[in-house]
Design a protein around this ligand. Structure first.
Ligand code: URA
Length: 201
C-alpha cells in the first residue's frame, strides 16, 4: 500500500509542494480555488492527517481553519500542542464539491503527495483524523469507531486514529473519547521527545 513511501522524483519538500500546487490529476482541482498542500513544521515529529479541505480551507489555502479547525486548535491548546511544532495535512489536497467524501480514484490520485510528505517529514507519530485518513494510512476496511484510540505501526511510524473534529461538532459525546486518545498521544509524544533529547547528541 504505502510501502513505496512517495514519489521518488522530488528532491526536497519545496519541490514536492510546487508539483502538488500545480497538480490537476483528478477532477477536484477544477472546482477548487486553492490546492491546500498542508502546513506546519516540515521536520515535525507529530503529523495530523485529515480528510480534505472544506470551504474556508479552500478559500484560504490552509488546512483546518474552519469550524473543525477551530475545535482542533482548542484540543491542541488543552493538550499543550503548538500548531507550529506539528505538521497538518489532508488525504486530498483539493476541496470536494459540497464537502462530499473524496472518491476512491481521487484518494488514489492524491496518495503519492501524502506519501511523499510523510517521506520528507519523517514523523515519529501520525494521528489520523477520521475514517478516510485511517482507511488510507492503516487499512482500507478500517471502521473508525472500532479502531480509534488503538496504536498501529507502519514503516516505523506510530499511527493513532481518532475521530475527525467535524464528527465532534455533530456529536459532542465523542469529545470525551477524543480526549482519551489525545492523552494517550501526549504520553507517546513525550516519550518520543525525551528519546530525541537523549539521543540527539
Ligand atoms: N476537514 C478536513 O478534513 N480537513 C481540513 O483541512 C478541514 C476540515
Amino acid at each position: 500500500m504505502w510501502d513505496k513511501l512517495g514519489f521518488d522524483e522530488y528532491e526536497n519538500f519545496e519541490q514536492l509542494k510546487e508539483a502538488c500546487l500545480k497538480c490537476s490529476k483528478c477532477r477536484l482541482r477544477a472546482g477548487a480555488k486553492n490546492v491546500v498542500f498542508g502546513e506546519g513544521n516540515p521536520a515535525a515529529k507529530l503529523m495530523f492527517v485529515g480528510e480534505g479541505p472544506g470551504k474556508q480551507e479552500d478559500e484560504m489555502g490552509r488546512p483546518f481553519v474552519g469550524a473543525a479547525g477551530q475545535l482542533l486548535d482548542k484540543i491542541f491548546a488543552a493538550a499543550g500542542i503548538n500548531r507550529q511544532d506539528v505538521y497538518i495535512g489532508n488525504v486530498v489536497k483539493c476541496r470536494p464539491p459540497n464537502n462530499r467524501l473524496p472518491r476512491p480514484d481521487e484518494v488514489e490520485a492524491c496518495r503519492g503527495y501524502l506519501e511523499a510528505q510523510i517521506k520528507f517529514i519523517k514523523p515519529a507519530i501520525i494521528v489520523c483524523l477520521g475514517a478516510l485518513a485511517a482507511q488510507t494510512l492503516i487499512n482500507p476496511q478500517a471502521r473508525i469507531t472500532s479502531i480509534r484510540g488503538k496504536w498501529f505501526e507502519r514503516n516505523g511510524i506510530k499511527i493513532l486514529p481518532t475521530f475527525h473534529p467535524a464528527a465532534l461538532l455533530r456529536d459532542p459525546a465523542k469529545k470525551r473519547l477524543v480526549w482519551e486518545d489525545f492523552k494517550s498521544l501526549m504520553k507517546v509524544y513525550r516519550e518520543v521527545n525525551i528519546e530525541q533529547l537523549t539521543l540527539g547528541w
